[in-house]
Design a protein around this ligand. Structure first.
Ligand SMILES: [Zn+2]
Length: 409
């Protein structure tokens, strides 16, 4: 049996007034997704527990069959895993944004999309300054430059207890945009040291060379680091042990690479996969079809539908859904049918609303077809069809075993 899962990130949405009350997915021409619906079953699943923020880290973990309430330990450890960083059991990873705070307000959670080289220079400065300040034991802390404003801070415990715990509270900087940052600074165990690091960065960055250059070029300066998303490495049992299926994932997004690595999947890199609207859909489709030779389950994640929502661009969202359908779902369906025994699923990780331009809680539609499945009454793949279906997974992580046929709904 071969399996494929296509994840159009954030594709689920609300009816749009400008589309005559239809959703982007209902408006898009997606003949292959509709064929999945016609030959198979349609239902809905909720991948993001209401006590957790909606995002791909939580939603995809659930979609991959892992209960986020049990297994999700934070966003930074997943990004660390994506970079191949191994955390010891007592180590913590912390997201380290470079941000622009002006008059106490979060002006930019990306420091004006700061260049990676400038970010690395600033973080190096901070790293060098640690031994002298606040009695911080410098050997525990390591800043890891990433891409642009997305960097990491590692706390290497080295056999001593870490200052953080489950009650350490931090806030994503993109949730604070244009607000006073004061109430959103770290709270709870270890928050004093996180605040000290943020304050130290503020002092050091004020006169730093990269910021002088940015100011001269009319760009926003990185006024400080913003620390959040902390956690220890999640203990995820390997997918193959749980489900007896060897998986591979194609994605341009670090979070998903991280989850994939942690559950023992192969991460297949596709040239031209950008994680943005201009991604090379056809290349992703081709690599997915090729990967079916070597793996039991091939997962293709496409970020473009989510990005279009973040930009509030309804046309781009429809176009992205159509590209995914034509270049990924279509070729996979054809290849799987040639193979014989198969199942194919299409399912987003969470809704992303054009109206709010952000991730939302709630159900997403899924469609599953396969050589051993008979059709239900649904003939199209969209939110309304899913809403009308009796097939419902309140706990989204139960969808994966249903898809793999290891458990009846
Ligand atoms: Zn997502």
């Amino acid at each position: 049996m071969k399996y494929a899962l296509v994840i159009p990130d954030g594709m689920a949405d609300e009816p749009q007034p400008e589309l005559g009350g239809r959703t982007p997915l209902q408006t898009a021409s997606v003949p292959f997704m509709d064929e999945v619906a016609r030959c198979g079953v349609v239902g809905r699943a909720d991948h993001v527990p209401h006590s957790m923020p909606s995002g791909s880290d939580v939603g995809t973990m659930s979609l991959f069959g892992y209960d986020p309430l049990r297994f999700h330990t934070g966003r930074a450890p997943l990004e660390a895993a994506a970079q191949g960083i191994v955390l010891e059991p007592e180590d913590w990873a912390i997201r380290c944004n470079l941000v622009t705070i002006e008059q106490g307000q979060m002006r930019s959670f990306t420091a004006g999309q700061i260049r990676s080289s400038e970010a690395a220079e600033l973080l190096d400065r901070l790293q060098q300054a640690l031994p002298d300040r606040f009695g911080l034991r410098a050997e525990h802390w390591r800043f890891v430059p990433g891409v642009s404003y997305r960097n990491l801070l590692l706390y290497r415990a080295g056999g001593t207890p870490a200052p953080f715990g489950p009650d350490t509270r931090t806030t994503p900087p993109h949730d604070v945009t244009d607000q006073d940052v004061g109430p959103f600074l770290p709270q709870g165990p270890g928050s004093d040291v996180l605040r000290e690091l943020m304050k130290l960065s503020e002092e050091l960055f004020a006169e730093a060379e990269p910021n002088r250059r940015r100011a001269a070029a009319g760009e926003l300066p990185a006024t400080s680091v913003w620390l959040w998303g902390q956690g220890r490495a999640p203990q995820l049992p390997p997918f193959v042990e749980r489900f007896g299926v060897r998986g591979a994932v194609i994605t341009a997004v670090d979070l998903l690479r991280g989850i994939g690595r942690l559950i023992g999947w192969e991460v297949i890199e596709v040239p031209g996969a950008t994680g943005y609207l201009d991604t090379d859909y056809a290349a992703k489709g081709r690599h997915a079809v090729e990967a079916l030779r070597d793996f039991d389950l091939v997962v293709v994640h496409v970020e473009a539908t989510d990005e279009a929502s973040h930009e509030g661009d309804v046309k781009a969202k429809i176009a992205a859904a159509e590209q995914i359908d034509r270049h990924i779902v279509g070729p996979l369906l054809e290849a799987l049918r040639r193979h014989g025994e198969y199942r194919l699923m299409v399912c987003p990780d969470h809704p992303t609303f054009l109206r709010t331009k952000t991730h939302s809680h709630g159900f997403v539609p899924f469609g599953i077809c396969g050589s051993d499945l008979s059709a239900d009454a649904c003939t199209s793949y969209d939110e309304a069809a899913a809403e009308a279906s009796p097939l419902v997974f309140q706990r989204g992580h139960e969808l994966m075993p249903f898809f793999l046929g290891t458990q009846q709904a």
